[in-house]
Design a protein. Structure first.
Ligand SMILES: [Zn+2]
Length: 237
């Protein structure tokens, strides 16, 4: 097993959509926030296609989902949220997206970056993974290594914006079928559920979701000591 950085001080979550941080590993973010970490969410899109409501427009949906994300993040203990406002469903690993991620890494200087495992074509619930989740994981990995820590990449960031290279210590990949680190989040599951309740436009049946989350105990824990975990593939840099 990989040695996880214990109690990282600065953490950045790089995800595709509002609600992804809470759905994928919200309890771990809540734990880190409670331990005093400074956490930034960088969200590549604002989820402008995530609605089946007939008269919904992309602009209204962006406003709704960004507000829901701010409220959910506040429950978790995260105040710093950056919306890059790419279009939902259309993310590609472009130099522009990688530069935007490198910029945020050099600005916030995190110890740990959390993002999606880009190799997950289907998840542990036997459902296909979203294109944007794989894509943001690939873009973030390429931004982190080697671009963020190497001044030869995107030299305009240093020349025009004064952003020096920054080397991140570890990358934590979520929604992975190949984990090597397990975080005990037993004390933070209820915080995650309260945060998920803020994503009202995205959750049709919150009661059913809460029931599923509470039933999802760690199968490796003894039955008289149930616990909840979140799994990650942690890469050292
Ligand atoms: Zn998503």
């Amino acid at each position: 097993m990989t040695e996880a950085v214990q109690q990282p001080k600065r953490i950045m979550g790089v995800f595709a959509h509002p609600d992804d941080p809470e759905f994928f590993c919200g309890s771990t973010f809540a734990k880190w926030a409670a331990e005093g970490a400074q956490i930034t969410y960088v969200l590549a899109t604002s989820g402008d296609k995530g609605s089946d409501v007939p008269d919904m427009t992309p602009d209204r949906l962006v406003a709704i989902r960004e507000e829901e994300q701010r409220c959910a993040a506040a429950v978790i203990g995260v105040k710093d949220i950056v919306f890059l406002r790419y279009h939902d469903g259309e993310l590609e690993v472009t130099p522009e997206l990688k530069r935007d991620i490198v910029r945020m890494i050099r600005l916030r200087q995190p110890d740990v970056v959390v993002t999606n495992d880009p190799t997950t074509w289907w998840n542990m619930f036997n459902r296909p993974n979203h294109h944007d989740h794989r894509t943001i994981g690939a873009a973030a990995l390429e931004a982190l290594f080697p671009a963020a820590g190497n001044r030869m990449y995107f030299p305009e960031l240093e020349r025009d914006e004064g952003l020096s290279p920054h080397k991140v210590k570890q990358i934590w990949l979520t929604v992975t079928r190949d984990p090597n680190v397990k975080v005990d989040v037993t004390d933070y599951v209820e915080t995650r559920i309260r945060a998920l309740r803020e994503h009202k436009s995205q959750i049709a049946d919150m009661t059913a979701l809460e029931t599923r989350i509470r039933a999802n105990v760690d199968p490796e824990a003894p039955s008289d000591q149930p616990r909840y975990v979140e799994n990650f593939r942690v890469l050292n840099l």
